[in-house]
Design a binder for this molecule. Structure first.
Ligand SMILES: N=CN[C@@H](CCC(=O)O)C(=O)O
Ligand SMILES: [Zn+2]
Length: 391
């Protein structure tokens, strides 16, 4: 018999069930990896075990839908220079490519596992990560394989930049041919950095179409450093998401609003690169589906903290706390195509996967009201409690 655990004394429960407001004085039963019951604490059935959360808030675990965690090396000198006024450019990626190629698989695995654990301690129960710092067939294959062992979803980003010493045409043939074949067993999505200094719109289309032929879902890094065609291309090809979205025209916003392509904003990256914040408020108001992610990587956003991103989205991008929490959970799940499956994440529902977090606070509002304070009190991932000593 599956043992049941009753979480009672939930001061505020965010489920994201359609039309369901935050529940007060709630309780929940976890059975195995599933949620077996949700309701008022006073109506809770008996369970094998019971834990009182003493008025704390409960919400879905964060879904971090955009990270680059397979890398080696450190770019703090580049970061310092940026804080002293230098502009971010795609060329910094080459530094990490050199370090990543020189690292052993054991080192890359250890870094990824460390970052994954760091994220889990902050409530992230589901994570996507990308290749993109190998940029040759063997290194990209290794990156994809390492990523697949640790992350929930893996994206192939061979088209991050054209590596040093290779011409663009030769590299595109590699990315859309042997490199794609080598990573295909390990990845679910293909991505392209459609930006000045990386790939133009025709090159990006070629990469995405090759990925689609290989059965992969599509994502785009677009409109990060200037007005470009990334968003328009993502919408045209029906990509699952277009990420960054800093420099958008009204037409880009309208196109996103009329599409199923998720607009993923990356608040920590915007601050770390001193780029104008993505217009999350305008996107939301226009009717676009918005996701929030960390973009954890050593160049533009070296953080695993979804709470930091949520606080920034509220304080600086002007989302409400409910919108920001939704974007960092259900929005991320939609971007990864895992919002409406039997194993859906990013929401709490009876029969659904028990991925949830408890805040050391009575309400989700404290995520922005008390920014920078570690508020993660407990985390369950697929029904397994993260050992309290690990938080
Ligand atoms: N923009 C492209 N790729 C990463 C940054 C990579 C880097 O600078 O190392 C990003 O999402 O910000
Ligand atoms: Zn990225």
């Amino acid at each position: 018999m599956t043992r049941t655990l009753l979480l009672t004394g939930i001061g505020e429960l965010t489920t994201h069930a359609p039309g369901e407001p935050r529940l007060r004085d709630a309780a929940m039963i976890i059975a195995g990896d599933r949620i077996a019951w949700i309701g008022q604490a006073a109506d809770a059935p008996a369970a094998d075990e019971s834990v009182s959360l003493e008025g704390r808030a409960v919400l879905p675990g964060w879904v971090d839908s955009h990270t680059h965690m397979v890398f080696a090396g450190d770019r703090s000198a580049e970061f310092e220079a940026r804080m002293a006024g230098q502009k971010y450019a795609a060329g910094g990626i080459a530094t990490t490519v050199r370090a990543t190629r020189a690292a052993s698989e054991a080192e890359l695995t250890a870094t990824l596992a460390r970052l994954r654990a760091e994220a889990l301690r902050q409530g992230t129960t589901f994570i996507e990560t990308k290749t993109g710092y190998g940029l040759d067939v063997a290194s990209e294959e290794a990156s994809a394989r390492i990523a697949a062992a640790e992350a929930d979803v893996v994206t192939f980003l061979g088209a991050h930049v054209v590596p040093e010493g290779v011409d663009a045409r030769t590299y595109l043939d590699l990315v859309t041919g042997p490199m794609l074949d080598a990573v295909a067993p390990w990845v679910q999505f293909i991505d392209v950095f459609c930006e000045r200094g990386a790939f133009d719109v025709d090159q990006s289309r070629e990469v995405l179409e090759a990925g689609r032929r290989a059965g992969l879902g599509l994502r785009v890094h677009g409109n990060q450093l200037g007005h470009g065609s990334g968003v328009a291309l993502a919408v045209e090809l029906g990509a699952a998401s277009v990420d960054h979205c800093n420099a958008l025209t009204d037409a880009d916003i309208d196109a996103l609003a009329a599409s199923d392509t998720v607009a993923t904003v990356l608040p920590a990256c915007d601050l770390s690169t001193r780029e104008p914040l993505a217009p999350a408020r305008r996107l939301w108001d226009a009717g676009a589906t918005v996701a929030i992610a960390t973009n954890c990587n050593p160049g533009t956003s070296y953080t695993t903290s979804m709470p930091y991103c949520v606080a920034t989205a509220v304080l600086q991008m002007h989302l409400t706390i409910e919108e920001a929490v939704w974007a960092a959970t259900r929005g991320g799940a939609i971007a990864l195509g895992v919002a409406d499956t039997a194993d859906a994440v990013g929401m709490l529902r009876v029969g659904g996967r028990a991925d949830l977090q408890v805040l050391d606070a009575p309400s989700i509002s404290h995520l922005a009201y008390r920014p920078g304070v570690p508020l993660t009190a407990a985390v369950w991932r697929a029904g397994e409690r993260v050992p309290p000593g690990a938080l």
